[in-house]
Design a protein around this ligand. Structure first.
Ligand SMILES: C[S@@+](CC[C@H](N)C(=O)[O-])C[C@H]1O[C@@H](n2cnc3c(N)ncnc32)[C@H](O)[C@@H]1O
Length: 216
């Protein structure tokens, strides 16, 4: 069963799809030209099977979206969703966000979603966390002034770490921190992981972070 699944994934991903950007470095600085309409571009890193980004792209047809997922076996699920129900305002990248600074130009992205990022709980793994200062330096370059970063997690350690790294970074300020998203009035599109954790009764921690304006 598992082997069949892997084979299916390989076959699907060996095709060329107009919504999968196989070389995400070349469009750096000109992503807007890849969408039919030049609208602000929002980015999700670690989209998993793509429930959140496909639903969000459907809900906001006047915005453009890009989703990055590094594992092909998971990425194939969002590809399947796009084959079933194509969305002109969504592009997909199967790559590691480690190289995100090579993929996007300065101020090219209007907002960023970090949904249930891997918490990498061990201290020696901190460099891999998507809210590590190394990544924040990269986000500060690719985000426009006043761009909002929306972070959701069920992991309190990762939440606290992210709160501190964003708060300590000179290019960001924390607009909102919420300890139980489901009980808030925040308009929310859920992710696969979120549904799972909510069913288990776990609170979802939420951060809204703003990129500071750069003054010349
Ligand atoms: C815990 S899952 C959450 C998936 C989805 N966002 C959700 O909430 O259901 C984290 C996802 O982020 C992806 N991911 C983690 N680090 C990444 C990176 N550096 N670049 C791209 N994807 C990454 C993982 O492969 C995984 O699919």
């Amino acid at each position: 069963m598992r082997l069949r699944k892997v084979k299916h994934a390989k076959e699907l991903l060996s095709e060329d799809y107009p919504f999968v950007v196989s070389d995400p470095v070349s469009p750096s600085g000109k992503w807007k030209t890849l969408f039919p309409i030049n609208n602000p571009i929002y980015l999700e890193i670690g989209c998993g099977k793509g429930k959140f980004i496909t639903e969000t792209a459907k809900r906001f047809p006047n915005l453009n979206f890009i989703a990055i997922e590094r594992f092909a076996s998971i990425f194939v699920r969002v590809v399947e969703k796009m084959l079933d129900d194509p969305l002109p305002n969504l592009l997909l990248i199967n790559a590691d966000a480690e190289h995100i600074d090579e993929m996007f130009g300065f101020g090219e992205i209007a907002g960023l979603y970090l949904n249930f990022s891997d918490p990498w709980p061990k201290r020696r793994q901190a460099k891999r966390r998507l809210s590590n200062p190394r990544f924040l330096d990269k986000y500060a370059e690719l985000l426009v002034d006043d761009a909002v970063v929306k972070l959701k997690t069920d992991n309190f350690g990762f939440f606290r770490y992210s709160l501190m790294t964003f708060n300590d970074h000179q290019k960001f300020w924390i607009k909102q921190a919420n300890l139980d998203l489901a009980k808030s009035d925040i308009n929310n599109v859920t992710t696969e992981f979120e549904e799972r954790f909510t069913k288990m009764g776990n609170p979802i921690f939420y951060l809204e972070i703003v990129k500071k304006r750069s003054y010349i």
